[in-house]
Design a protein around this ligand. Structure first.
Ligand SMILES: [Zn+2]
Ligand SMILES: [Zn+2]
Length: 387
């Protein structure tokens, strides 16, 4: 079975929604216009229930099948938020909000799940219930966590969750997935280094925090090279190095380092956090200075459940002919909070040969819409087969 004919018919309409969303990007939890548009459309489609304000600005639509002898509910999730990027695509429907841009394709995700919701509301050719989940704040705000914390899974008795992300580099409308750990845990740290400032010509009277912090930056690289099992993945990146001195001749009293740690295994994550503190404090002490570490855990590892992944890949093969093995991704993904709460699977749909996500020239590829929508519809019709 290739893509569903109905989505070929609906494609112009879904494309129009997508481009409208693209013109009006909203960041983090500020998805007010987007959430209102989603809720209006779900009501117009005839969803049995439309709940707003879930996880602040999240929206959930409930669609009941022709029958419910299975008594089962599955969740389909899309993200709605944009990024704080100045768009440089030159598109006729480019962002009208300077400094905000749909540079991760969440406009496409929202439009595709709306298209699937329209089809499922029309046909209802399944036995059970579908929850279409639209979350805010995927890009660093933890909107998925807020929706789970709001009791979404219990309120609608959601048993499984599915997610989809467009992926530049995968052929348009093709799919890729992997079982087990898929997206990395993404943690952040600040290291505050203190020493003794002074005249640059009299280092003997100072404890030079620039040198102390430099030792720390280099020593942190041994977490990956010397502490972690070589077959396990860990990335430690120091991304900001700010000294209290703006002068040529002043040794700064303090240095502030910032960075991120990415891991795919909870034991490696624990080890990296512990070693980061030990190394920062130890390297500073070695030089007579001091370091204080503030380590914050972000999104957990996003793990695809085996059974749901196998099923999702079968559906992708039915829609697109085949399904590739996706690579591990060291980026974080907020769907982790949902797939930690319930068994689930997250799939990549090809965006073709485009600029990468988070780039000012990136654009979601509308040609992926029929395949993406068909995958959503088939997930429902195969998981909850009509009685
Ligand atoms: Zn993104
Ligand atoms: Zn994204």
């Amino acid at each position: 079975m290739p893509v569903k004919n109905r989505f070929a018919e609906l494609m112009p309409e879904i494309t129009e929604w997508r481009r409208d969303l693209h013109e009006h990007p909203e960041i983090l939890f500020e998805t007010h216009r987007t959430s209102a548009m989603v809720a209006d459309k779900l009501r117009a489609f005839g969803c049995d229930e439309v709940a707003t304000g879930i996880g602040r600005t999240g929206v959930v639509g409930i669609i009941k099948g022709k029958s419910n002898t299975s008594g089962r509910t599955i969740g389909l999730r899309a993200d709605m938020d944009a990024l704080p990027i100045l768009e440089d695509t030159g598109l006729p429907y480019a962002s009208k909000t300077p400094g905000a841009m749909h540079a991760c394709g969440h406009d496409g995700h929202t439009a595709m799940l709306l298209g699937a919701a329209k089809y499922l509301s029309e046909t209802r050719n399944f036995d059970g219930t579908v929850a279409v989940i639209f979350q805010p704040a995927e890009e660093g705000g933890g909107g998925g966590k807020e929706m789970v914390d709001d009791g979404m899974m219990e309120r609608w008795k959601i048993e499984e969750v599915y997610g989809m992300h467009n992926w530049p580099g995968v052929p348009t409308g093709k799919f890729a997935i992997r079982s087990g750990p898929f997206f990395a845990a993404a943690d952040q740290f600040d290291i505050y280094v203190t020493g003794k400032g002074g005249h640059a010509a009299k280092p003997q009277e100072t404890i030079d925090t620039t040198v102390v912090a430099s030792q720390i930056v280099l020593a942190l690289q041994t977490i990956a090279s010397r502490n972690a099992d070589p077959v396990k993945q860990v990335v430690v990146s120091v991304t900001s190095f700010e000294t209290a001195s703006k002068a040529y001749n002043v040794i700064p009293e303090t240095v502030h380092l910032k960075g991120t740690v990415r891991t795919l295994d909870p034991a490696i994550q624990d080890m990296a956090e512990q070693r980061l503190k030990e190394i920062a404090e130890g390297a500073a002490a070695m030089m007579g200075g001091a370091a204080r570490v503030d380590y914050r855990r972000g999104y957990p590892v996003m793990v695809n459940s085996d059974a749901q992944t196998e099923f999702a890949a079968d559906v992708a093969r039915a829609v697109a002919g085949d399904c590739a093995e996706a690579p591990l991704v060291m980026g974080g993904e907020d769907f982790a909070f949902m797939s930690n709460a319930r068994p689930g699977a997250y799939i990549l749909v090809g965006n073709g040969d485009t600029a990468n996500v988070h780039h000012p020239k990136y654009n979601f590829n509308d040609e992926a819409i029929p395949a993406g929508c068909s995958w959503w519809a088939e997930i429902v019709e195969r998981r909850l087969p009509a009685a």
